[in-house]
Design a protein around this ligand. Structure first.
Ligand code: SF4
Length: 407
């Protein structure tokens, strides 16, 4: 198979494209015009014409969506590390636990939200986007979800909020009550992640729902009035042909979500799939490549445009994941996290806070522990880490922002 990405090995090729356009004094990159960026990508880095054009198209569209840098606001991520079952390809610490355990976790998380919300208000850090992810946040029951969202609204200053996403990944966890609560609390984007519309595939990957559940989830989402629905699909799932993938994509397009994210199956280190077949990503290169090509044709044909892209290690065909959107509904959080030009505060087990220093173009990471039980036990330490690594740094972030604005 042809190497479409040349010598690019990093996760964030759009960030690299931005640096080619805007320059980066900290690694010696100079700013360039469009034609020169294209030449660098194709001739120096060896990308195919299509991939270089795709990166430039996405970069240019992101400039339109972001409307400039925003260093004094941040993204807020809240993690719920529970799922009904574990997917075959999952490397995340997704836990299948009873109500009492989820409740214990929620109690700790609410304390972190309260602390971090208060410190954000005191230090003047505004929130631009919120992303509640996981795991599957909609494993919370209606009462728990309501308490979580109440706490977010109550504790953070949201006057600059541009986007509020709730991942509702597993269709079988979605109820009209949960989406009504979400809508009432300002959620304006949800993600329903069927991955495939083929019954046999859903069984093979260890999902506990059927294609019918997916259709039912879309109906509920439609009635909820939440304006943006994203839908995650995966190209290269076990035993799937290009025809199966086409059927999935056709069905999903027919449901008219504003966003569709097409992932390429990646063989992740801690997944069950890698134990079963450590060469899966190599043996499925060709079929996945055809699927991705088809997704571009079908999505462009229905007026979707690509708005973000990233790559992972051991992706089938060494390809990429691409987010598509209609009517300017690009997911701002997704763009910002890949662009790494803004701080992201991450709450909950496994949350990785990233503190961005604009003048130095530098990111510092402040991790929470991954294991949810350890997170509950060591919550005080997680708060202290944030105090030292984030809140004490905020005056410096503001100072660097002012210096940049004066230039
Ligand atoms: S839904 Fe996501 S986090 Fe949960 S088991 Fe599947 S891949 Fe893992």
């Amino acid at each position: 198979m042809t190497n479409l990405w040349g010598d690019l090995t990093g996760v964030k090729p759009v960030k690299l494209t931005r640096e080619s356009f805007k320059g980066n004094p900290y690694n010696g990159r100079k700013p360039h015009e469009r034609a020169e960026v294209y030449r660098i990508l194709t001739e120096e880095r060896g990308l195919s014409r299509e991939k270089a054009e795709l990166l430039i198209e996405i970069y240019e569209y992101q400039q339109h969506v972001l409307k400039g840098e925003n260093y004094t606001s941040c993204g807020l991520y809240i993690g719920i590390p529970f799922c009904p079952t574990r997917c075959l390809y999952c490397s995340f610490t997704s836990n299948q636990k009873p109500y009492e355990e989820v409740e214990r976790y929620l109690q700790a998380l609410l304390k972190e939200i309260e602390y971090v919300g208060r410190r954000c208000r005191e230090t003047g850090m505004a929130i631009e986007t919120i992303y509640i992810g996981g795991g599957t946040p909609t494993t919370l029951d209606e009462g728990q979800l309501e308490r979580l969202l109440d706490s977010v609204l109550h504790n953070f200053d949201l006057c600059k909020l541009r986007e509020f996403t709730l991942e509702a990944g597993r269709p079988d966890t979605i109820t009209s009550g949960k989406l009504r609560i979400a809508r009432e609390h300002g959620v304006d984007r949800i993600s329903i992640n069927p991955q495939s519309m083929k019954e046999r595939t859903l069984e093979l990957i260890g999902r506990s729902h059927s294609p019918k559940d997916i259709l039912r989830a879309f109906e509920i989402a439609d009635k909820s009035g939440i304006p943006v629905v994203n839908c995650d699909l995966i190209a290269g799932l076990p035993e799937e042909s290009v025809g199966d993938f086409e059927h999935t994509l056709e069905t999903i397009i027919g449901l008219k979500p504003m966003n569709i994210t097409v992932h390429t199956l990646a063989l992740k280190r801690a997944s069950r799939l890698i134990e079963q077949d450590s060469t899966y990503h190599e043996t499925h290169s060709d079929v996945v490549s055809d699927m991705i090509e088809l997704s571009h044709k079908m999505l462009r044909g229905q007026a979707y445009r690509p708005y973000y892209l990233y790559r992972l290690k051991r992706m089938a065909g060494a390809l990429e994941n691409t987010g598509w959107c209609k009517h300017d509904t690009a997911g701002i959080y997704n763009i910002r996290i890949m662009d790494e030009q803004q701080s992201i505060i991450a709450l909950g087990a496994g949350g990785m806070t990233k503190v961005f220093f604009p003048e130095e173009n530098r990111l510092e990471r402040v991790p929470n522990v991954n294991n949810y039980e350890v997170y509950i036990e060591r919550l005080q330490e997680m708060l202290e880490r944030k105090e030292q690594g984030l809140f004490r740094m905020i005056p410096e972030i503001y100072k660097q922002t002012e210096t940049l604005l004066r230039r």
